[in-house]
Design a protein around this ligand. Sequence first.
Ligand code: LMR
Length: 332
Amino acid sequence: MRKWLLAVAAAAVFVLPGVTGAQAQIVIKFSHVVANDTPKGKGALKFKELAEKYTDGKVKVEVYPNSTLYKDKEELEALQLGSVQMLAPSTAKFAPLGVKEFEALDLPWLFKDDDTYAAAMKGPVGQWLFKKLEAKGITGLAYWDNGFHMVSANRPLIKPADFQGLKIRISGSKIADQYFREVGSIPQILAFSEVYQALQTGVVDGCENTPSNYLTQKFHEVQKDITVSYHAHLQYAVIVNSKFWSGLPADIRGQLTKAMDEATDYTNSIARKENEDALAAIKASGKTTLHYLTDDQKKAWQQAMQPTYKWAKGRVGQEVLDLLAKELNVQM
Ligand code: LMR
């Protein structure tokens, strides 16, 4: 017991004032930027439920959704400082940490469908990318899926030329920056929590995101036209502060790993349906017009954005591209 308590104390524990040592509880603050009612939001709550159950209440998980604790960039700083223990940012947001390789996952039309994405991330590339985080004091635990991006503006985006001159909000990846530049638009990085207002007030003209994010943030209410292009994938890396994680008693870490594995299976199993349902709700709302590309129109987008692949070599390096090419059985 004493050993357990000492280990707990070493692991950045939170002891409430007036609470005796025997009741000490490990608190995991899990911060994220989306709504509870999304694949990631539900995944975080599932992890909380399972982590508290498997540790028999020795661990308490506090989930802070919707940027209520930190916004995009701040949350990564807070994780490194140990002010928060767990996050699940989109992998497009890791460049400020000095880890650009994750951006390879944002290449347009890289993954044919959800299954291709899921299979690829189970291969060596997923763990290779997590290794890049170690030097930053961050440990990668899992990849969570959120489907494919649509793109929107206040005019129909059907041909590459339709993007000309539009200010498009992106979440951080230089790869997204590049593919939007290639169709003549002007990408702008904004924190997720600022997107709705930026769209509403015209600070930006458009954005890309998945149906579940459009619906829960009401982006569709301030965008007249959405193209269901599914041009790039949105995935999250569930990450923890390494010092916190390695300082946990081994049995607790094991129970949390089990909880994370199950929460990951759950999240990845609901992502597709959640996004299909969200798209149906957006359609039913009548607040925007959905556009679907014909095969020829899609080909024109693919051709226009294709130079991103060559450009990416200088940004993310050949090694990650080779790993992905091997996994996906394609040439890059
Ligand atoms: C975004 O900023 O658009 C997304 O990364 C938000 C999210 O976490 O799904």
